[in-house]
Design a binder for this molecule. Structure first.
Ligand SMILES: *[C@@H]1O[C@H](CO)[C@@H](O)[C@H](O)[C@H]1NC(C)=O
Ligand SMILES: *[C@@H]1O[C@H](CO)[C@@H](O)[C@H](O)[C@H]1NC(C)=O
Ligand SMILES: *[C@@H]1O[C@H](CO)[C@@H](O)[C@H](O)[C@H]1NC(C)=O
Ligand SMILES: *[C@@H]1O[C@H](CO)[C@@H](O)[C@H](O)[C@H]1NC(C)=O
Ligand SMILES: *[C@@H]1O[C@H](CO)[C@@H](O)[C@H](O)[C@H]1NC(C)=O
Ligand SMILES: *[C@@H]1O[C@H](CO)[C@@H](O)[C@H](O)[C@H]1NC(C)=O
Ligand SMILES: *[C@@H]1O[C@H](CO)[C@@H](O)[C@H](O)[C@H]1NC(C)=O
Length: 390
């Protein structure tokens, strides 16, 4: 059953498996997917973790779209919403997590679910939001599953070359030499705008590799554009940009400053992240100066273990170590309930995608089972505590 209580942001409920509300299993859990920088439509069919496990948890599933994405556009139209910094100013992570809090509290209140534990789930930027949501709103969410969330790729916590070091390592078995040799060729080709065929081939093969690791090429592209602050030299400029590309560009130019660069230790040509040119690019695009220290100021990140071990609980950081973003992920256990589940052969957000019994490798099945059992542990402890205070 689908319905919607709010037109902003857009959300979707699936009640099919829910035992709570007026059902026999009062206080049955709510599992909420926190939307990221893309329209929710595309995620619902891909993110299988919720539907795959709804029956096991008797859970109500809720998917909430991120503001300024998909159908969740304020100011009446995309054009108005994205017009300038006055309207774009409300497009930020703090506003997004507050939307999620309001909606989840509304659901608890109106669906007779005040004591239903809520588990929030997100991937990539959405995984960061899930982490920060648990830290900021412990009275709304009992726990978070943060898949492939590079919460440490801010300021100088993670070395700038972390991302491309992993790309280099992943390529090393197959195409490292080829790519190293390609740079001269690429430069030659790129200097002749009319003759872009070979570069196109090269980029296509890069994209094919990306797809193999479940990394949507447009996401990589969005990332590249964002990091270059729209200053990159495209041989074939894309004629149509996705709304994710456009939206994420604003987010990186305001608060999500992820300093990815390359030094001379990767297979790429050295291109250190240049904050001043990044700022120049953002200022010319939006008349706004990015806040490179905002994420670590508002959410933290430095000395993560020292800080979170005495403050936080109930967060799973899952990372596939083949994913370049895992370089900015939490890969070590912080406490008994703030845990890291890294997988050697995992890729970006793989654990929260739809399960497939015939093709999923054993380690992936085990990883998901571990995550589910950890969440079940949080929930049963919560029920015991709830019973004790009633
Ligand atoms: C944005 O546009 C509106 C109306 O066109 C204008 O009033 C406002 O000052 C602009 N804001 C910025 C930051 O340029
Ligand atoms: C980014 O650069 C491209 C190519 O120069 C241009 O068409 C596009 O309008 C720019 N985007 C923004 C937001 O300025
Ligand atoms: C890489 O850069 C470092 C620091 O700038 C320098 O000391 C080193 O010689 C360089 N290595 C290569 C292989 O160029
Ligand atoms: C960074 O970019 C600025 C232009 O914004 C340039 O003047 C400066 O030399 C660059 N720094 C490095 C280290 O490349
Ligand atoms: C962290 O703890 C969990 C739960 O005990 C365990 O499954 C996982 O392997 C640990 N992670 C690391 C990186 O040691
Ligand atoms: C990862 O994949 C490699 C290559 O397919 C395989 O040899 C290795 O056993 C796998 N490791 C794990 C932990 O699954
Ligand atoms: C599961 O994987 C198999 C083998 O790769 C594939 O043929 C099948 O279509 C997949 N099923 C779903 C539901 O994706």
């Amino acid at each position: 059953m689908h319905s919607s209580i709010a037109s902003f942001p857009w959300l979707l409920y699936i009640f099919t498996c829910w035992g709570g509300g007026a059902g026999a299993d009062a206080n049955a859990p709510i599992i909420a997917y926190l939307g990221a920088e893309e329209p929710l439509d595309g995620d619902i069919s891909v993110i299988g973790f919720l539907t795959d496990n709804a029956a096991r948890f008797n859970a109500l599933l809720v998917y909430i779209e991120h503001r300024y994405c998909g159908k969740s556009i304020p100011f009446g139209s995309r054009e108005e919403a994205l017009k300038n910094a006055s309207t774009l100013g409300y497009f930020n992570s703090a506003q997004a997590v507050t939307d999620y809090a309001e909606i989840l509290l509304y659901i608890k209140e109106n669906f007779n679910a005040r004591h239903s534990p809520v588990i929030v789930i997100g991937g990539s930027y959405g995984g960061m939001l899930a982490t920060w949501f648990r830290l900021k709103y412990p009275h709304v969410a009992l726990g978070a599953l943060a898949s492939s969330a590079p919460i440490l790729y801010f300021d100088d916590i993670t070395p700038q070359n972390g991302y491309y070091s992993i790309v280099t390592r992943e390529a090393s078995e197959t195409c490292y030499e080829t790519i190293m040799k390609s740079w001269a060729e690429i430069e030659k080709v790129a200097s002749k705008p009319d003759d872009s065929y070979e570069l196109e081939d090269f980029l296509e093969s890069m994209y094919a590799n990306a797809a193999q690791y479940n990394q949507p090429p447009n996401k990589i592209f969005a990332g590249v554009v964002a990091h270059e602050g729209n200053m990159s030299c495209y041989v074939n400029p894309p004629t149509i940009e996705t709304e994710t590309t456009v939206g994420w560009r604003w987010q990186t130019c305001s608060e999500m400053v992820i300093p990815i660069g390359t030094d001379n230790t990767t297979m790429f040509q050295p291109a250190p992240f240049n904050l001043s040119s990044f700022i120049d690019g953002c200022e010319s695009l939006y008349g706004v100066s990015p806040r490179p220290h905002w994420v670590t100021t508002y959410y933290g990140g430095y000395d993560i273990k020292l800080i979170l071990q005495r403050f936080a609980s109930n967060i799973i950081f899952s990372n596939g170590l083949r994913d370049p973003y895992s370089s900015g992920g939490v890969l070590e256990n912080i406490s008994d309930s703030v845990v890291a589940i890294p997988t050697i052969n995992g890729s970006h957000c793989l654990d929260i995608l739809r399960a497939n019994q015939s093709s999923d490798p054993d380690w992936l099945v085990t990883q998901r089972e571990t995550e589910i059992e950890i969440i079940e542990g949080w929930i049963s402890k919560y029920y015991a505590d709830l019973k004790a205070i009633k």
